[in-house]
Design a protein. Structure first.
Length: 211
């Protein structure tokens, strides 16, 4: 098991540490050094062969790449020096994942009437959370969100965008892999637009001049 905070000066000290139910939580960027920890979080099949590539591909590409090719594609992004997300650790155990990156890297966003650009400001977007079954219900989404914001901050980004889903009381949160509004609001995200009843577009402004 590896633990790596990043490779450049802006990321080297980016370790978000706090507490959740079940033990201390740390959040660090994904790099080649802790790739195996992501494999552990997502499991042997990468959450049904997705490997967090769904937002980056159109339907045809995704169908062709599902499985090992998706895994290799994400690994290539990491090996090229990109940091496409953050991993949460409970103690020393990899427990959760959040995908974040420049909006223009996610093909499906601009092709979706729900998630088309709010304006022409450059943003990084959170598109997916995955928490290992053993660690669900422990507040890791909040920790992952804070870590994702800090990764964006370390790269000089001033706006982080997310597309959470409102979940009715008592309903399963299984479909909320893009986030839950109340959790993001706790971190400091605010709603900027809503194109359907249950899916707000939310932003975290690292620089208030961008509001």
């Amino acid at each position: 098991m590896t633990e790596q905070g990043g490779r450049d000066a802006g990321v080297a000290n980016m370790k978000v540490s706090h507490w959740a139910k079940g033990g201390a939580v740390r959040v660090t960027p994904l790099t080649p050094a802790n790739w195996r920890d992501l494999e552990e979080v997502l499991g042997g099949n990468g959450d049904g062969g997705c490997w967090c590539m769904w937002w980056r591909l159109d339907d045809e590409e995704y169908a062709e790449q599902r499985g090992e090719p998706n895994k290799n594609a994400l690994k290539s992004i990491v090996d090229a020096g990109e940091m496409p997300g953050v991993i949460a650790y409970v103690g020393k155990q990899p427990a959760g994942w959040c995908s974040i990156g420049p909006r223009d890297e996610f093909t499906r966003l601009e092709n979706s009437p729900l998630y088309r650009s709010v304006d022409n400001k450059p943003v990084w977007t959170i598109v997916c959370y995955y928490i290992s079954p053993a660690f669900r219900g422990k507040g890791l989404m909040e920790h992952l969100t804070r870590g994702a914001v800090e990764l964006a901050r370390s790269q000089g980004i001033s706006i982080v965008e997310a597309y959470p889903v409102e979940i009715p009381a008592g309903a399963s949160t299984a479909g909320a892999y893009t986030g839950i509004p109340a959790v993001l609001a706790k971190v400091g995200f605010i709603e900027v637009e809503r194109r359907t009843l249950d899916r707000p577009i939310m932003r975290y402004y690292l620089d208030n001049r961008d509001r």
